[in-house]
Design a binder for this molecule. Structure first.
Ligand code: RP5
Length: 161
């Protein structure tokens, strides 16, 4: 039987997957069980409500939410669960992701969303940060994360080729 997911990756549209797959890749690399769902704050509000309301009881520990444009998904998810929510601003066509970034980062005090960078870097870092949060209570994962970071350090050339 597959392990129960500890991280929930949600996104506002299937068009966000090209970005959000990098969060899933980071979690895969570190052996963190996760699930991936399309949940739109605007188009499927009931699905969002059900997802956020049941996240704790289903055993999730961290939610990664990516959305673009008027990106309400991370904030709305955070309003309905006490789990840490990491928001990934997806690069939008009209405003290059500045709209997504500002929509996600400017939460009013009281409902936090940990906002990452726009696009692929943000999605990758959301996966790594979710793993880092889980690693505070999981020694085996902490070792895998240390090894991943050491490998990254070793891969940096001293001089350009
Ligand atoms: C947002 O609208 C989604 O998160 C996506 O980034 C953006 C565009 O969605 P589609 O029109 O491609 O479905 O809700």
């Amino acid at each position: 039987m597959a392990e129960s997911p500890l991280v929930g990756i949600i996104m506002g549209s299937t068009s966000d997957w090209e970005t959000m797959r990098h969060a899933a890749d980071a979690l895969d690399a570190l052996g963190v069980p996760h699930e991936v769902k399309v949940v739109s704050a605007h188009r499927t509000p009931k699905r969002l409500y059900d997802y956020a309301e049941s996240a704790v009881e289903r055993g999730l520990k961290v939610v990664i939410a990516g959305a673009g444009g008027a990106a309400h998904l991370p904030g709305m998810a955070a309003s309905m669960t006490r789990l840490p929510v990491l928001g990934v601003p997806v690069q939008s066509k009209a405003l290059d992701g500045m709209d997504s970034l500002l929509s996600i980062v400017q939460m009013p005090g009281g409902v936090p969303v940990g906002t990452l960078a726009i696009g692929k870097a943000g999605a990758t870092n959301a996966g790594l940060m979710a793993a880092a949060i889980l690693a505070t209570a999981d020694d085996a994962l902490a070792e895998r994360l240390d090894a991943w970071r050491a490998k990254q350090t070793d891969s940096v050339a001293h001089e350009p080729e």
